[in-house]
Design a protein around this ligand. Structure first.
Ligand SMILES: O=C(O)CCC(=O)C(=O)O
Ligand SMILES: [Fe+2]
Length: 88
């Protein structure tokens, strides 16, 4: 689980710590943020779900700053990421 105060993001990285190749599922709540994956940008809104599966599983991704004033729910952005760590 990650909480991003307004303006904060996460640098580009690959989710490599999991042995498992199963999909990673990520939920967003609160402020909007730009999600950058493989050099392409998508706006994530509260309630959006991202599934990293198949060829996207080890794609480089990151989050640009949570956008101030875009949520009545949270002063920031909450991300819940579900991942299987061990290989099966
Ligand atoms: O906040 C997000 O949408 C992405 C989080 C992420 O990439 C991670 O926790 O590995
Ligand atoms: Fe990640």
């Amino acid at each position: 689980m990650n909480f991003y105060p307004p303006g904060k993001g996460m640098g580009q990285h690959v989710d490599a710590e999991e042995e498992s190749e199963n999909a990673v599922v990520s939920l967003s709540f609160g402020q909007d943020a730009i999600f950058r994956i493989a050099g392409r940008d998508t706006l994530l809104l509260s309630g959006d779900v991202v599934v990293f599966g198949g060829p996207a599983r080890r794609a480089k991704h990151g989050v640009l700053g949570a956008r101030k004033g875009t949520s009545d729910l949270l002063d920031g952005r909450l991300n819940i990421t579900m991942r299987q760590m061990e290989g099966s």
